[in-house]
Design a binder for this molecule. Structure first.
Ligand SMILES: [Ca+2]
Ligand SMILES: [Ca+2]
Length: 356
């Protein structure tokens, strides 16, 4: 799709396996579209033009000059290009919120999101398992920001990676260069840089204020945070593995729930440890019970009704996909509805009883 000088609402589409020089899935120029609830999957930014053939920018969504797109509640996965695997913004001001951005690949910057010469509000997203190849140095396995200003609030940035090709790479989770950013209530964890500067969070000549954020469990040789100009970095009320100087920071296992939602167990040290007694991190409190599809804390007929509504009547999605796959076959479908009915009414096996 291509939006030039336009402001359409683009919702509930599946946009998959397309290829373009810029913006494999959706390209915007001087546009103000609202993109919502789309599935933008496995698109490529690539051209095949003689000796210049190669990967290009923004394979999923590309916001080019003067685009103030609202990108909300989309599932953006498996896209591939040179920069900004899921979303690429250049000289634009997008609002990027409540999206799931996963399994996207970039060569150089921003496996999930890359904002360059842009302002953005990046809020409530799950940016997970994206990858930067980094043949000649790669930055920001999850999110990269270059000449950026904006806010990152309540995002989960987890399990993103760079490499393993070059030892000048940095920022398995996030990378900032020449940027001015406030980060509040994010969870940054499980990001990987096998070689190089390492680091969950790499900060190059930038002003960055980090509040109420978990930066923990990233697998990087240099530690959780790398920065060249420490005076412009302020970290407060945050849980940083290995510790970090600043007001009310701490270094303690955040006690994530076992279902990989990055929610916090009820005895987590992050609860109430934030500014003004708020919580630290993005994931919410309390673990999901396997089989509690509607997330009300109990397993009963309400959960059977909920999953049938979701599968057949466009009802809201389960509170946690992981704990709603009752028969543990990796998908949510009628089999799970049958399973919970059998458990409640026919003494069938307990939800997730056969899970590894
Ligand atoms: Ca329930
Ligand atoms: Ca299932």
């Amino acid at each position: 799709m291509c939006c030039i000088d336009a402001g359409p609402t683009i919702s509930d589409n599946i946009i998959t396996r397309n290829q373009a020089w810029y913006g494999g899935g959706i390209y915007c120029l001087r546009a103000q579209p609202v993109l919502t609830r789309n599935r933008i999957l496995q698109n490529w930014a690539k051209h095949d033009f003689g000796m210049w053939s190669g990967w290009t920018n923004g394979p999923g969504v590309y916001c080019d000059t003067g685009s103030n797109a609202v990108i909300r509640a989309n599932f953006i996965a498996g896209n591939r290009g040179s920069n900004g695997g899921g979303i690429y913004a250049m000289c634009s001001s997008p609002i990027i919120e409540n999206n799931t951005i996963t399994l996207d690949t970039a060569i150089d910057f921003g496996g999930g999101i890359f904002c360059q010469h842009s302002q953005a509000t990046i809020r409530g997203n799950v940016v997970m398992l994206n990858h930067v190849l980094g043949y000649m140095g790669g930055f920001g396995g999850g999110i990269a920001c270059d000449s950026f200003s904006g806010t990152l609030d309540s995002n989960i940035v987890a399990g993103n990676s760079i490499g393993p090709y070059d030892n000048t790479s940095g920022g398995g989770g996030l990378h900032f260069r020449l940027s001015n950013t406030i980060m509040r209530n994010n969870t940054v964890t499980g990001n990987v840089v096998p070689f190089g500067l390492g680091l969950g969070l790499d900060i190059d000549t930038s002003t960055l204020q980090i509040i109420n954020t978990i930066i923990w469990g990233d697998n990087c040789p240099g530690g959780e945070i790398s920065t060249d100009i420490i005076p412009f970095l302020s970290v407060a009320f945050s849980d940083v593995e290995g510790g970090w100087s600043g007001v009310n920071n701490f270094d303690a296992d955040p006690l994530f729930c076992p279902e990989d939602s990055y929610r916090l167990q009820v005895n987590s040290p992050c609860i109430g440890a934030g500014q003004n007694g708020g919580d630290v991190g993005a994931g919410g409190i309390g673990c999901y019970l396997c089989g509690d599809i509607n997330g009300d804390g109990a397993i009963n007929v309400g959960d059977a009704v909920y999953i049938v509504n979701y599968l057949f009547r466009s009802g809201p999605p389960p509170a946690s996909p992981e704990t709603s796959d009752l028969n543990c076959n990796g998908t949510l479908n009628i089999g799970d509805a049958v399973y919970i009915v059998a458990y409640i009414f026919k003494s069938g096996p307990a939800p997730c009883a056969d899970c590894p």
